[in-house]
Ligand binder design. Structure first.
Ligand code: AMP
Length: 598
């Protein structure tokens, strides 16, 4: 069904940060955008932490609340820009005393606690590279990432250390220092440092070392179809894009109270949960707790949130809780709602109008782009279901790959192809860590190829069609099938495993696995539950399969590659497509053995 565009009144357009999209596109230059930032004093370069914190702390905004932290149990703590500047200086100084050098990797594994925000910015102040890990990961994804990053330091909490890190520590010889946030003074596991003691002993002042715009600042892990997760490397210059896109795509201003619900374990929670709003000088709300509809409405109301950036899964969960609940908590200060991470269905856009009197503005980007690339702007009519139009400074094309380094550009409106972006925006990733070949494969014909299929309508609005590969999006988190398959294969009963994303009305997709057993093992409900538990312990709940089917063998190409696409088509009852490369199958694949859930 086609949805009518949601029109914007003239006063909304005029009042927005980007009143005239076409004119802004024509005039825009990244060099000019760079001039909106200060740079380090004495021409010593560009550093994200300076732009986000120190330049405000030194000026009239020093006493303004930069972050308001809402604890799980009802506590609230405010950190002014001056507080954040002091704390992050202490963190940077503590790193320096531990011998951490610019360029070293400092990882974090924390829930949304204040120390996480201090660690992120303090690491960048030191000139070191910050790599956030999602706290719901199990020990294996944590190990894979820390090992690949060669992290020298990990910032975590005492309980997370005991539950997830202590068992893998011996396999991480390069991890020299673990800084833990203790529950209390006695709660510091052996072999770790008490982060609070380190901060207490450090100085309020820290001189940021000269940082070239091209020095590494952030390492974000993301998943591909094959192989282990990829470490997307971002540099300090990315802050130019964080700043500009926060202003244009999220319409943020210094007097805003901004709530980004994303966890900094993922790129949105760092680019827009930490950096972007601070560079603008706004107040950011951080909620430690997990999703709860009533709690969220209370936060919107009590914190007088003006700009809210959330995700489709959360919006759908709010929709499920009913519009009446939303109306019990009027939030008259809200003026702009945005969403990212998965396709935002038109019903959800329109529901925003019903519940808040405002539509959700979908926008698109990914770990590799570092910042928003396509958006519905405050000044634009929203076409529900569309991701919007490319940002000023972002040139896109719809292409079809024709060779290793060649593409055909699709020119007709509404023709489907892969979303491609002309390189050159500041937050573009500068490589995949230790994987130059994979990085180079992401470019062809002068474009960065995103792996997403889209179409662009006659007015330049972009519409998401699907992924061009097998990665899974579940509750906004990108999951690599290979990582899940590898964990399942470690179970003694499993001969082969294949993992797909199964469409889900709430989470967009859920992780489903197909498993072929080794001789001597029989499919049973008990084994199915055992495998689900096994995967959860290793991978964590966010990544582990929700469902497993047993099959006598998995469909493969003649060259031995498992055909996940075919398993997915069969699961969904869709046409099986081109089977010319299929190796003859062992038995009636697709019919679960007894014990298989469907
Ligand atoms: P990540 O790198 O984890 O941020 O995931 C990026 C991927 O999420 C993109 O390549 C898309 O497949 C998907 N994605 C992000 N935003 C949107 C959106 N607005 N609509 C549809 N898919 C999206």
């Amino acid at each position: 069904m086609a949805w009518d565009a949601i029109r914007k009144p003239d006063e909304t357009r005029r009042a927005s940060n980007l009143p005239d999209y076409d004119a802004a596109r024509r005039r825009f230059s990244w060099a000019e955008a760079r001039r909106m930032l200060d740079g380090l004093p004495d021409g010593r370069g560009l550093n994200i932490a300076h732009e986000a914190v120190d330049r405000h702390a030194a000026g009239p905004r020093g006493g303004k609340v930069a972050l308001r932290w809402l604890g799980r149990a009802g506590t609230q703590r405010d950190y002014t820009y001056a507080d954040l500047s002091r704390l992050t200086s202490r963190f940077a100084g503590a790193l320096a005393r531990l011998g951490v050098q610019p360029g070293d990797v400092v990882a974090s594994l924390c829930a949304r606690i204040p120390e996480l925000y201090v660690a992120a910015l303090g690491t960048m102040k030191r000139g070191a590279v910050f790599s956030p890990l999602f706290s719901a990961f199990g020990p294996e994804p944590i190990h894979t990432r820390l090992e690949k990053a060669q992290a020298r330091v990990l910032v975590t909490t005492a309980p997370l250390y005991r539950r997830k890190v202590s068992e893998i520590r011996a396999r991480l010889p390069q991890l020299e220092h673990v800084l833990v946030v203790p529950g209390d003074a006695a709660d510091v596991p052996a072999g770790t440092h008490n982060l609070h003691h380190l901060l207490d002993a450090a100085d309020d002042r820290f001189v940021i070392p000269a940082t070239a715009a091209e020095s590494l600042a952030l390492l974000h892990f993301t998943s591909g179809t094959t192989g282990q997760p990829k470490g997307a490397m971002h540099v300090h210059e990315a802050v130019v894009a964080h700043h500009v896109t926060t202003r244009t795509a999220l319409d943020l201003r210094p007097d805003d109270r901004f709530w980004c619900t994303a966890d900094p374990g993922w790129v949105t929670g760092t680019s827009y949960g930490i950096i972007g709003p601070l560079t603008v000088g706004a107040t950011g709300i951080v909620d430690e707790a997990d999703f709860d509809a009533e709690r969220w409405y209370r936060i919107l109301q009590q914190e007088r949130v003006t700009v809210w950036y959330t995700a489709p899964t959360a919006i759908r969960m709010l929709m499920k809780a009913g519009v009446d609940l939303a109306r019990r908590f009027p939030a008259p200060d809200l003026r702009f709602l945005a969403s990212v991470g998965e396709p935002l269905n038109p019903e959800a856009v329109a529901w925003g109008v019903e519940a808040f009197g405002l539509p959700f503005h979908d926008n698109w980007w990914q770990t590799e782009t570092g910042g928003i690339m396509i958006a519905n702007f405050a000044s634009m009519d929203v076409r529900p279901g569309s991701m919007g139009r490319p940002l000023p400074g972002v040139e896109i094309a719809v292409v079809r790959r024709t060779g290793d380094d060649t593409v055909d550009v699709v020119t007709g409106p509404d023709e489907v192809g892969e979303l491609a972006i002309v390189p050159g925006w500041p937050s573009m990733f500068r490589g995949y860590l230790h994987d130059e070949a994979r990085y180079r494969r992401s470019f062809a014909g002068g474009y960065y190829l995103t792996g997403d299929l889209i179409r662009v309508d006659g007015d330049g609005y972009c519409w998401f069609v699907g992924r061009d590969n097998d990665v899974i999006k579940s509750s906004g988190h990108l999951i690599g099938p290979f990582e899940v398959e590898s964990a399942l294969m470690e179970h003694p009963a499993v001969a082969e495993a294949a993992v797909i994303g199964k469409p889900d009305p709430m989470a967009y997709e859920t992780v489903k696995a197909f498993v072929a057993l080794k001789p001597g093992h029989d499919a049973s409900e008990a084994l199915r539950l055992e495998l689900i538990g096994f995967a959860r312990t290793r991978l964590g709940a966010a990544v582990a399969p929700k469902d497993i089917d047993f099959l006598p063998g998995l469909p493969k190409t003649r060259s031995g590659k498992i055909m996940r696409r075919l398993l997915k088509a069969r699961e969904l009852g869709l046409p099986e497509g081109d089977l010319s490369t299929l190796e003859p199958e062992p038995a009636a694949v697709g019919t679960p053995l007894p014990g298989g859930a469907s």
